[in-house]
Design a binder for this molecule. Sequence first.
Ligand code: GLY
Length: 347
Amino acid sequence: MATIISNNILSDLNKLIDEKSADSIFILTDEKTKELCLPVLFESEKLRNSHVISIAAGDENKNINSALGIWEYMVNNGATRASLMINLGGGMITDIGGFTASTFKRGMDYINISTTLLGAVDAATGGKTGINFLGLKNEIGVFAPAKAVLISVDFFKTLDDKNLRSGFAEMVKHALIDSRESWNEVLAFDLNHIDFNKLKTLLKKNIDIKESIVAADPKEKGIRKALNLGHTFGHAFESLSYRTEEPVLHGYAVAWGLLCELYLSHIKLNFPKEDILRLRTLIKEYYGMFYFSCKQYDALYELMTHDKKNESKDINFTLLSDVGEIKINQTASKDEIFECFDYLREG
Ligand code: GLY
């Protein structure tokens, strides 16, 4: 699989299409990327006769009904195993597009073109595909890497501030699991005045970090769990927020989850306090704080016990004993978890 951080998306895409010589091309979009990003792809003559499938935007539409619609369209429009799917969108589109392509006639090739920073730094690479089912995120899916992933920071220039910040949280995570050098680079990046050239360099490094972990453990039996840092608490915050009027973006929940999990790393593995303080300053500035009361601790704990990353009744965490020192398969007591909630609420 090749990930290309592209300076010229059309010429890179044209090359990939020539290499593949598919019998037909299907482009999957959502209603937003159809309007904002598809016209860029249509500048390529090679794509003008493609079939376009558009589904409703939003993670709530990453479901079996949307998948059925995609498969039905492909059957009715003569897709074969030699066809090519191009997924044009954020993580929702690359997840469902990767899933429907890799299960259609036992698998056709697909290319991801990530149009969001969050998607570029996370969902588009690594071969995880899937849909939500019965209210459970990514419950049905397969590991099936894209033939190629294309990323153009030009698409990110249309993202609002919140979506850029949401993507940046996964970059913070990658830096923490990688090294002090990466951590210092992320700390030095000014998210209030984004330099897109610097972002491109940082993105390249982040994707390399993720891809080297995925190459070592593509099916998440071991070290790939490092990529779950911040997500055990983070998913609980995200799920809790969906029960309120104010759902939060994934990256915001991950940012608060990172703070809790570094605090837990400190309690259990003596992770340096000064790095938690650095993270705290960054998170307060870019993400603000997650407001919840101690009456919600039990509900959050309950959500954490249902996390699909758990392999037994214990809640599974990835923690750090230092920046870049990963410890997978860690557990914590209810009291320790509640202490982390207290720490986050101190603001
Ligand atoms: N999103 C984490 C992973 O790809 O493993």
